[in-house]
Design a protein. Structure first.
Length: 370
């Protein structure tokens, strides 16, 4: 490694240590030094433009900015809009923030010789770090986007890159000791559990229609997997679990006649920075999502099947439409959360069986939804 690269990697290790609140564990420090992140980044990355959008940063035109970004503890967008032209700019592939990558690698508890399946190859950096630790030939990584998979395959050695839907796992190389996903899921694919040996670990970022937040770490048993959430990370949702719903396009219709009532809870308490409330409500309600109207004075709440909706104004006026009274359900879920001392993600867990998944509070015998 050249001197500027060495200095930049040392700086990155310091930044990751600060985010961690302590030094990076030695095995991962060695991996970060041996597998520099910038070697996995494409020549064009996308940086936030300060106005909620992204601007390109090209290695050729702006080498210094590109190099600094590569060695900063920030996520870097490497693909927009699934690689297609679009009026909106939304990230569809990225190199996660190094401190998040290292945290997940530590949580995964991998050791030399273990067999690992990664879902969401992206740039290939995480897969390369894993291969450095467990050994060449022990990591297989599945990426859904053909261009992204091809580029990662070119950058990687000693890792098998498969282009396909990671929800199916990769049965040909099973059983695995560890499965790690770097895209979030709303439903944990049963294939991941089936393809992990008993005692193995499945680690995945979590998503819910209410909030994309948290990391789920499951230990695999004979017929099910069980584990807890932690309050780290927010990752893009698995492509095959995405749902594109818009209130005025898909849900609310002119002919709908809603029932009117009054709110006893401010809509601000279930949105924005109320992360822990949103996380708990997401698990309790299951299929409910929210969207602020553009002027941020009215909150819309709807089910993912688009059959029910509610609208709540800051002044407490409520309108509810459909077979369920959604705002009443939100208020009930919020009361449920307060009565249990406002639990954060660490107090929740999930059990996954072949028939589906079930969230619980504190212990599996206390289901979140009854
Ligand atoms: C946050 S990025 C991955 C970061 C990556 N591990 C790295 O080190 O750069 C998430 C990736 O998951 C991929 N992805 C989304 N849905 C997927 C699916 N169903 N199967 C496999 N990969 C998927 C995306 O295309 C994207 O490249």
């Amino acid at each position: 490694m050249h001197r500027p690269e060495q200095a930049a990697v040392r700086g990155l290790l310091r930044a990751v240590g600060e985010a961690f609140g302590g030094p990076v564990p030695r095995e991962w420090q060695e991996a970060l030094e041996a597998v520099p992140r910038h070697r996995f980044l494409p020549e064009r990355i996308w940086l936030e433009n300060g106005q909620g959008g992204y601007e390109p940063c090209d290695l050729q035109d702006n080498h210094l900015r590109w190099f600094d970004a590569a060695h900063a503890d920030v996520p870097l967008v490497t693909q927009l809009n699934d690689g297609r032209a679009s009026a909106d700019a939304w990230p569809s592939s990225s190199a996660s923030a190094p401190s998040v990558v290292v945290r997940m690698l530590c949580d995964l508890d991998v050791r030399p010789g273990m067999r690992v399946l990664e879902v969401g190859t992206g740039t290939g950096w995480n897969a390369a770090l894993l291969a450095h630790r467990v050994g060449a030939g022990n990591v297989v990584s599945v990426e859904i986007d053909a261009d992204v998979a091809r580029q990662a395959g070119e950058a990687l050695s000693g890792v098998e890159v498969i282009c396909g839907d990671g929800a199916d796992g990769w049965s040909r190389r099973a059983p695995y000791d560890r499965v790690v996903s770097t895209c979030s899921v709303r439903r944990v694919p049963w294939a991941w559990i089936e393809q992990t040996r008993p005692g193995g670990i499945v680690l995945t970022p979590w998503d819910n229609p209410m909030i994309c937040w948290g990391l789920l770490r499951l230990t695999v048993g004979r017929n099910q997997a069980e584990g807890r959430f932690s309050p780290h990370s927010a990752f893009m949702l698995m492509r095959t679990q995405r749902q594109d719903l818009r209130i005025f396009r898909d849900v609310v219709r002119d002919e709908h006649v809603p029932a009117e009532s009054r709110a006893s809870l401010s809509p601000r308490l279930v949105t924005g920075d109320a992360w822990e409330a949103r996380f708990a409500l997401g698990l309790r309600l299951g299929d409910v999502w929210t969207a602020w109207e553009e002027d941020a004075a009215r909150l819309w709440v709807a089910t993912t099947d688009a059959r029910c909706w509610a609208a709540v104004d800051d002044d407490g006026a409520v309108w509810q439409y459909g077979p369920r009274r959604l705002w009443d359900e939100v208020e009930e879920a919020h009361r449920w959360w307060e009565e249990r001392d406002r639990p954060g993600p660490e107090r929740f867990g999930l059990t996954v069986g072949a028939q589906g998944q079930r969230a619980w509070l504190d212990v599996p015998a206390q289901p979140v939804r009854t």
